[in-house]
Structure formats: structure tokens, C-alpha cells
Design a protein around this ligand. Structure first.
Ligand code: ADP
Ligand code: GLC
Length: 467
């Protein structure tokens, strides 16, 4: 079956978070099952291309705003065609998000993806991810309803994070080519703004998210970001857990780490810890437990809890290895912790994929105290690296970690987090039990197989509805 995915990032080309990991690996898993999959993402200035892309379509006219002429470039990775929307006026910039005209940048992405569907890859299902591609079904319904190219083409919309909805002023409707009548609470209007994600939910044929737990949570007031009722009304919301790509995240052959290891032979992990401590300038003692953090610094990730308990936490015999970037408030919080506790806390501000792998491999435990977590990938990577996760029991964290493999706390409070970390530190003292826990995690299999099969079944169900 032909499936066209549309998203704003994908490894190995462009990445800020887990969405890129998913778009870089789910298509290959589907292709391995015999599906034909293509992916459309922007041709950002920052894109990294393992193989040079070729121009697949020149001068596609996008009649939005002032009008844009875009080219489509193409390359193939692991049996999947990736198409890049080349539009220097919109994508040749510093930073891939956060521009004042993001409403136009991602409207053009959605329109261009429909051009790919017309000229380069004929899909039966278009699978859109997050608000950046949410206008695809809106344009299909509003601009292309009578166009036979798209008749019977179904749209699946996957929400990777309800906290980002793509909200813009009402005046953006005209430049993105949408009729003002859509500005009503049943369609695009949300508290006086245009809400792209709402469009994706309203016009798609099916909606899903990235864990069963999060699918339930987002239909409640506490996690719904104001869209809980709307989601419920357009439901059901399918929950399909993200898989992970063990060709990228596996201590048996990870090229970024100091020594390789497996559940059967853990010796290399000590070497990874030793070299990580040295790299970060932390004292060499291997017995003191080391907790890792690899994260975007956003309120979602729960770092206000770390800030709340910092002084009590660092009275414990524990070190922290942190890589992340994002909100200034958390960057300075972690920086000042490192200054106050130089022999216990090492922080690197920035984005560094290789260091992320070394922290996964060299740490004993991994902290994810998220306020909410749609799926979360780092805790799953941690399991494979024998790095015991300490997580808040929410969304995908709750679905992927159990008492055999990690430590969970439920209440969103500093003291609950501190209790969970103290339990982990106590458990660490019993080496045999700890190694048992590491091995249970390392033997878990979260590869894409089962989840790719669930997507394939959902695509088929959608296609069947068009006859
Ligand atoms: P989210 O998508 O909400 O950021 P996930 O856990 O799903 O959370 O995925 C995060 C991904 O981004 C992981 O692959 C993680 O290793 C990576 N990542 C996050 N921050 C950094 C960073 N500062 N440096 C390197 N990799 C990072
Ligand atoms: C989002 C979520 C994260 C999820 C990722 C991939 O960024 O915050 O939990 O793992 O998308 O689906």
C-alpha cells in the first residue's frame, strides 16, 4: 500500500526531538513489511544529507501569500523515498522553528506535500504528524474536493505532543488561502486564534497518538490543553506506541561509545562510565551512581521538580550528567547546579547526538520526571543501555516502564521524585539485584515490528472505508 508521510523533521536529515526519530524509522519498518512509503519534510538550511538529493520536481507553484515557487528534492534511505521541499525564502534560515511566519512555512509544507502526492508519489493514505502538517486534510477538503487525484485518499493524523498546536492570529487565514467561514469553534477557531492542530483533528479520517496512556490522558481536562472535548468528539483516538530503531540505539555496536556491551557481558558499561566521567570532568569514582538526563529543556519535562529538590538530592551519594537545551530558565538552573556542585554535576548546554549516546551508555540511571510525556524515547533507549529509568508514571513513560525495569512515581511533586530517586539509590547498593534489573530492561524489545503492524492495519481500515 502507498503511504505518504508529512512531517517537520526526520533523522538523519533534521532533528530537534523524538518526532525526528519516529519519522526516520517508522517508514523503514513499514517498508520492511512490504509497504511503499514516502516522506515529505522541509529542505531546511540545517539539513544533513548522507547522500546528495537530486531534484525530482522543479518549480511547483504554491498559491499562498505572495506565492512561492518550490522545488522538490529526493533521496532514498533504507527503501524509503524522502522528499525535501526546497523553498529558500521560507526554510533557508537559522533555527528550524520559532519564526514569525511559521504559519506560512508549514502551510507551504502541507501544500507542497499535496504536490508531491500529485506529481511524484500517489498515496492511498497520507499520514500527517503534528501541527506542522495538519493543514493537509484541510486543503484536501477545501481546495481539492473535486480533484480526482485525491478522491478516496484518506488522512491519518498523529499527535506527538498536544502542547504544541500551531496557533496564529485570525489574519493568517487569508494568506494561507482559507475561507473566513472556517473560523468557528467547530473547525479552526480556538480562543480567538487559528489553531492548525484543531484542523488536523477535525478534517482527518482518523486520529492517533504515540501511546495508549497518552491517548486516554489527552481526552481529560488535565492533559487536554483545551482540546479534550474536541478530541473526544472526533475520536476514537488510537494509541500506538512508538518503536525504537535499535540500529541507532544499541550498546552492542554503537559507534559513539567507548566500549560495547550486552546483557550477557556488561563489562564494557563500566568502561563507558569511566570515559564519560572523564569527558565531563567528574571525579573518577565508579561506585558513586551516575544519573543521566538528555532532553529538550521545556516545562513538559518536569525539571522544575529537580530544581525544587536540588539541594536535598545532591546531599545523596549521586552524580548527574546532563545534556540539553531550550528554555533559558532551565539552562541557567542546570548551569548554576554545575557551578555549585562541580564534583557532582556536569552539564552541557546544546544539542549533541554523540554525547547523548555516551550519557545513555555511561550512566547508571536515567531521569525523566515529565509533567506529561506522549511516548518518550529516551527511557526506552535507557532500557537497552542497561541504564535504569526513574520516571513519572504518565503517558508513554507509564506504559513502557514497570517495577522490573525501573522506578516510577505518580504525584507531580518534588518529594515524590526524591522518594523515587532514593529508592533507586537504595536498590543500587544491592549489586546483584541491580544487575538483574538492568538485564530485564536490556532484554525488552521495543522495536517497530508490533507498532508498524498496528499502523499498517489502521491504514488498511481507512482504505477500506473509501469503497
Ligand atoms: P521529545 O520528542 O519530547 O523531545 P523524546 O524522548 O521522544 O522527547 O525524544 C527526544 C530525542 O531527542 C531523543 O532521541 C534524544 O536523544 C534527543 N535529544 C533531546 N535533547 C537532546 C540534546 N540536547 N542532544 C542530543 N539529543 C537530544
Ligand atoms: C513528542 C513527545 C515525545 C514523543 C515524540 C515522538 O516530541 O514529546 O514524548 O516520544 O514526540 O512521538
Amino acid at each position: 500500500m502507498n503511504i505518504l508521510m508529512v512531517a517537520s523533521e526526520a533523522t538523519p536529515f533534521a532533528k530537534t526531538g523524538g518526532l525526528a526519530d519516529v519519522i526516520g524509522s517508522l517508514p523503514a519498518a513499514l517498508a520492511a513489511r512490504g509497504e511503499r512509503v514516502a516522506v515529505v519534510i522541509p529542505g531546511y538550511r540545517q539539513n544533513v544529507y548522507p547522500n546528495p538529493p537530486r531534484e525530482a520536481y522543479r518549480s511547483l507553484w504554491i498559491p499562498l501569500g505572495p506565492g512561492y515557487v518550490v522545488s522538490i528534492f529526493q533521496t532514498t534511505e533504507r527503501g524509503v523515498d524522502f522528499y525535501f521541499v526546497h523553498c529558500p525564502a521560507l526554510f533557508d534560515r537559522d533555527g528550524i522553528y520559532g519564526h514569525v511566519d511559521d504559519f506560512m512555512r508549514f502551510a507551504v509544507l502541507s501544500k507542497a506535500a499535496l504536490g508531491v502526492a500529485r506529481y511524484l508519489f500517489r498515496p492511498e493514505v497520507i499520514h500527517c504528524h503534528d501541527w506542522q502538517s495538519a493543514l493537509v486534510p484541510v486543503y484536501m477538503a477545501e481546495h481539492l474536493r473535486l480533484d480526482p487525484t485525491y478522491s478516496g485518499v484518506k488522512v491519518l493524523f498523529t499527535i506527538h505532543n498536544l502542547g504544541y498546536q500551531g496557533m496564529f492570529g485570525r489574519e493568517t487565514l487569508a494568506p494561507i488561502g482559507l475561507d473566513p467561514r472556517l473560523f468557528n469553534p467547530e473547525q479552526l477557531e480556538f480562543f480567538g486564534k487559528v489553531n492548525y492542530l484543531k484542523g488536523g483533528i477535525a478534517w482527518s479520517d482518523a486520529v492517533s497518538t504515540v501511546s495508549k496512556g497518552y491517548a486516554r490522558e489527552i481526552q481529560t481536562r488535565a492533559f487536554g490543553f483545551g482540546l479534550d472535548d474536541f478530541l473526544h468528539k472526533h475520536g476514537p483516538v488510537a494509541g500506538i506506541l512508538n518503536g525504537v530503531d535499535y540500529s541507532e540505539w544499541n550498546p552492542e555496536h554503537d559507534p559513539n561509545i567507548a566500549a560495547h556491551y550486552s546483557a550477557d557481558d556488561l563489562a564494557g558499561k563500566r568502561e563507558c562510565k569511566r570515559t564519560l566521567l572523564a569527558e565531563l570532568g567528574l571525579p573518577a569514582g565508579l561506585d558513586r551512581p551516575l544519573a543521566g538526563i538528555v532532553s529538550r529543556f521545556a516545562a513538559q519535562k518536569g525539571f522544575d521538580l529537580i530544581s525544587e529538590i536540588a539541594s536535598r538530592l545532591l546531599e545523596e551519594d549521586l552524580s548527574l550528567a546532563v545534556i540539553g537545551s531550550g528554555d533559558a530558565e532551565y539552562e541557567s538552573m542546570f548551569r548554576s547546579l554545575a557551578e555549585s556542585y562541580p564534583d557532582k554535576v556536569a552539564v552541557r548546554i546544546g544539542y549533541d547526538d554523540a554525547l547523548a549516546h555516551r550519557i545513555e551508555a555511561g550512566s547508571d540511571m536515567f531521569l525523566m520526571p515529565s509533567q506529561y510525556e506522549p511516548c518518550g524515547l529516551n527511557q526506552i533507549y535507557s532500557l537497552r543501555y542497561g541504564t535504569v529509568p526513574v520516571v513519572r508514571a504518565t503517558g508513554g513513560l507509564d506504559d513502557t516502564i514497570d517495577e522490573e525495569t525501573g522506578f516510577k512515581f505518580r504525584e507531580y511533586s518534588g518529594s515524590a521524585l526524591l522518594d523515587a530517586i532514593r529508592s533507586a539509590l537504595a536498590a543500587y547498593q544491592d549489586r546483584a539485584a541491580w544487575v538483574g534489573m538492568m538485564r530485564s530492561g536490556m532484554r525488552k524489545d521495543f522495536s517497530w515490528g508490533a507498532s508498524a503492524a498496528e499502523y499498517a492495519a489502521l491504514y488498511r481500515r481507512l482504505r477500506a472505508e473509501s469503497f
